[in-house]
Write a protein that binds this ligand. Structure first.
Ligand code: NAP
Length: 493
């Protein structure tokens, strides 16, 4: 699929944090893919910014070297890199020094590109100063777009404070808050399925859907981010943003049109409709865990508390399972189970929409089989409908049904190379499409739902997170939580 883009436009993309992990692991490969696919406007400059003292050539060499760690199919050939590298530049800046923003203004100045993107791939402690200084240097013109990475704050108050400062320098329509899960092809496909076809709409409600699971499982630990993670935890890192955005995509009403605010208004209504849990509810509906030593991917791995940068007495959760309910006519009584964690049994992010069983069985169907819509997010992107069909195993029996998985990606129709999440989102920023970005009121509402959970855990500090062995699916309390409703996680079926 080729994205539309404005041919002939010029852009400057200032990548603050241009030497950081996010830049070389996600952003540069995504920009390169757009370049390879011919969707990156040709008249564009990408300028990496950091405190290192690098020439343009040294920066290009650094990025080239880092491509060795990217999937083989996504690495540039030497010729391709040479052409891509013509877009790359480097500017040494310290974001805490106002005079450095004047140098940026001079660097950008004479060209006056049609679109200027300021991508803040730096720690959130630098967001406020960066926005203030961009404004002071006159770099917040109407053609400027500001991209903010997560985390946007630590709680509701800090989130509000960042958003208020940012909005003093930029208007809301210039601000692109990234949640890369919204850029995933299968989430796009979910929107297409729900709002481009009338078929599912009558089924998309409490009468037909029994429960929904959202799982974002990682098999790796905190890696080099121990210090950051230990002050954050799974609830802030994954639930407040990614998991709740996925929940919105599943539960929102059809928007009145495909414009950004129409979509965001509907997502906001979902967040506002989330049932607020009391401490007594949370004792049943929230489970936190922390990984101990174990075996992951065939290797012995250390406990969370023994990871570099982590407090040896840490009570930070590396696993969360939550039960959510949406108090509106469409969803009342349908549980949404959210689960995320590190060092789990697999790297596997998926959503399962479980439909209610047939009201009366006339065929011999395998026990426990129901219709499901499975949205795979990681490691594969995909959409599958699980149905029952006439089995062929026993040629004499006509009433034995077998489960079949109908692929709704239509790869054979559209080709298998899809636009990756960051590629898609970066092109949307350049083209000025806000549909897949998060508005500040959505973020605030998500914090309002998450904060009572944090407060509840703080209040019962003596309990702490439940231990689980690395390489498993988390504490057994997560299975008990869903089993209380008579359900089980998809891998337990
Ligand atoms: P990182 O590897 O630590 O990189 C930070 C970058 O910021 C480096 O290029 C660093 O270069 C630059 N920097 C730091 N202080 C600076 C200053 N005062 N002035 C100018 N540049 C400065 O961090 P990261 O993992 O890329 O993460 C960046 C942001 O994205 C964080 O907010 C993170 O939470 C978020 N994020 C990261 C990921 C990921 O996969 N890594 C995913 C989602 C969100 P110098 O030190 O040389 O200046």
């Amino acid at each position: 699929m080729k994205l539309s883009y404005i041919t002939g436009m010029s852009f400057d993309l200032v990548l603050f944090g241009g030497t950081g992990d996010l830049a070389w692991r996600k952003l540069m490969p995504a920009l390169f893919q757009a370049f390879r696919h011919g969707t990156l406007p040709k008249d564009g400059r990408i300028v990496g910014v950091a405190r290192d003292d690098l020439t343009d050539d040294a920066y290009r060499a650094l990025i080239h070297e880092r491509f060795d760690q990217v999937d083989l199919a996504k690495r540039p050939t030497p010729g391709e890199f040479e052409r891509f590298a013509q877009h790359l530049h480097f500017l040494r800046m310290d974001l805490s020094k106002p005079q450095d923003f004047q140098r940026l203004a001079q660097w950008l100045g004479p060209r006056n590109a049609d679109v200027v993107v300021m991508y803040l791939a730096v720690g959130p402690s630098l967001f406020t100063v960066a926005c203030e200084q961009l404004a002071a240097a006159g770099l917040n013109r109407p053609n400027t777009r500001l991209v903010l990475e997560k985390p946007l704050g630590h709680d509701l108050a800090s989130n509000r404070s960042i958003n208020e400062t940012v909005r003093r320098a930029f208007s809301e329509r210039q601000i692109f808050r990234i949640d890369h899960y919204l850029g995933k092809p299968s989430v796009q496909n979910l929107f297409a399925l729900r709002f481009g076809n009338a078929l599912f709409e009558p089924l998309w409600r409490r009468d037909t859907i029994s429960h929904i699971e959202i799982t974002i499982a990682e098999d790796f630990g905190v890696e080099k981010r121990g210090t950051f993670y230990d002050t954050t935890g799974a609830l802030r890192d994954m639930v407040q943003n990614h998991a709740l955005q996925l929940l919105c995509a599943l539960a929102m009403e059809p928007p009145i049109n495909a414009h950004a605010d129409a979509i965001r208004d509907e997502k906001l209504k979902v967040l506002r409709s989330l049932k607020r849990w009391t401490p007594a509810d949370l004792a049943q509906h929230a489970v936190r865990g922390q990984y101990g030593a174990g075996v992951a991917n065939g290797e012995q791995v250390p406990a969370y508390r023994d990871e570099p940068g982590v407090d040896p007495a840490s009570r930070t959760e590396t696993f969360v399972a939550l039960r959510a309910e949406i108090a509106n006519w469409r969803w009342a009584g349908v549980p949404f189970y959210i689960r995320t964690g590190k060092r789990l049994a697999a790297r596997d992010a998926h959503i399962v929409v479980n439909f209610r069983p047939a009201p009366h069985a006339i065929f011999n169907s395998p026990p426990g089989t129901v219709n499901r819509l499975v949205i795979e997010l990681q490691p594969r992107d995909g959409l599958q409908l699980h149905l029952l069909a006439q089995g062929q195993e026993n040629r004499r029996a006509t009433q034995n049904l077998a489960p079949v998985h109908l692929d709704l990606d239509f790869e054979h129709r559209f080709g298998s190379e899809r636009v990756g999440a960051y590629e898609r989102l970066l092109l949307d920023v350049i083209d000025g499409r806000l549909n897949l970005f998060v508005r500040s009121d959505e973020q605030e509402e998500a914090w309002r739902w998450v904060e009572p959970v944090l407060e509840h855990w703080q209040a019962e500090e003596s309990n702490g997170p439940r231990p689980y062995a690395a390489g498993t699916w988390g504490p057994s309390a997560a299975s008990a939580m869903i089993a209380r409703d008579g359900h089980s996680w998809s891998e337990e079926l």
